[in-house]
Design a protein around this ligand. Sequence first.
Ligand code: HEM
Length: 404
Amino acid sequence: AQQVPDILSPEFAANPYPAYAAMREHAPLIWHEATRSYIVSRYEDVELVFRDRESRLTTANYDWQLEPVHGRTILQLSGREHAVRRALVAPAFRGRDLEERFLPVIERNARELADAFRQSGTADIVTDFATRLPVDVIADMLGLDKTDHDRFHGWYTSVIAFLGNLSGDPAVTAAGERTRAEFAEYMLPVIRERRENPGDDLLSTLCAAEVDGVRMSDEDVKAFCSLLLAAGGETTDKAIAAIIANLLAHPDQLAAVQADRGLIPAAFAETLRYSPPVHMIMRHSAEEVDVSGGTIPPGATVTCLIGAANRDASRYRDPERFDIFRGDLSTTSAFSAAADHLAFALGRHFCVGALLAKAEVETGLNQLFDAMPDLRLPDGFIPVEEGVFTRGPRSLPVRFTPVA
Ligand code: HEM
């Protein structure tokens, strides 16, 4: 068998892209002992897995990946139950709800965060902005008290640690389970209160949503809110940091985007292709599945390498190059920055929050450019990416001249 780098090794964590290329080329389907899963890395194979209509490939893996920390979320549902749940939650994240109710929330929170460092001439994009904005936005959309945002951030950190706990550290597992209990203790009374006194917030919308006579229970709403911390928080956080890091590493493209903010959507689309926040997604095979690299047996865990698929040369011209002008990604359709790469997955579980994420990253970037038109990294500073399941820059300590 072809020698394949271990996806859990430090070398892989430091730079997975050479290993991705080797896998796509020589080992498009491999058995990985440590995660006890079959790994697929080619665009066509990852696409096939995502597009399966859950007859052969299910999300049963989330029962052990998500259930202990979130409870039963939309990602664990399938078939009609999943379709109804999507119809219940998705409308709030697109169209008029997004534009009229939630875009102002994003703008307000992005501006407040930028205000904190606007006059200082220095900020860490990761800690001062990227990790704050998505969670602040979700808490604000849900209509939670501003004084509770810090608790929300604490739970967010614990959920992320739980989901990234590759070594199975028992202290992290225990903290995740504690978070599930604390989150429920906080959220369930708020949910009951909103059912009685609905407002113009996302939580009231979720409580009142009804499709074909079906409504979500308190527990369903709570699990969805908990999922939002991870699904909407860490992902968008990494996307904001990555778009800045990619532009800083390509000064000509940074200058072009600053001169024409209309290029921000193209920079976002290319960032999601080149540096997707989520690098790995798992599925469970209910039946035998043929992929280009061979056959996946029934009853197996399948790991899809989004980070590898998004740089497949059979799909993209010059895939290892970050190029917002590449022209093979659309930026205008409703799901612009989505359908042309796999960062939001595809098929039934395609990201519910894709347009919200796009709005957050684009608004965030506009706010950052307004606050720091000449942003730059300290001399000699080279950003380091970290993470294997999710991935993004560790820190981005930028300098800038405060705007008068
Ligand atoms: C699903 C990525 C932002 C909510 C997904 C999936 C991916 C993804 C890959 C599919 C998971 C799977 O099939 O197993 C991203 C990225 C984001 C982002 C890269 C940011 C750039 C958001 C935001 C929200 C969100 C802001 C907030 C609403 C969800 C939900 C699902 C999902 C609820 C589950 C959908 C379902 O099961 O039908 N996301 N996401 N995501 N995402 Fe996102």
